[in-house]
Ligand binder design. Structure first.
Ligand code: FES
Length: 97
């Protein structure tokens, strides 16, 4: 199954990924506004605001949960793109934490 990612507040076109693909492996500076640093859930460079999904995203990994609880405890809509394996259509926006 393929899923679409739409970037809110960006002129980058929609990206289509296969189920289970990791955003950090498929999103690049050429095709998305999302930037990546460590890619292991400890730097926050890839923080995104999840504006809409058709179904719930996978649970946060241990590292993602720990990082977001420390850096953005009141922002439940924020996820680390590098820790997400896609399982739904999603609309996302780059954000800062
Ligand atoms: S790239 Fe560092 S937390 Fe995602």
């Amino acid at each position: 199954m393929n899923y679409q990612i739409d970037f809110i507040d960006s002129d980058k076109p929609q990206v289509t990924l296969k189920e289970g693909e990791c955003l950090s492996e498929k999103l690049t500076i050429q095709n998305s506004p999302i930037l990546f640093g460590c890619r292991i859930g400890i730097c926050g460079t890839c923080a995104i605001e999840v504006v809409h999904t058709d179904s719930p995203l996978p649970e946060k990994t241990h590292d993602e949960n720990e990082f977001l609880n420390a850096m953005a405890p009141d922002r439940k809509e924020v996820r680390l793109a590098c820790q997400i394996r896609i399982n739904t259509h999603m609309k996302i926006r780059k954000t800062e934490i």
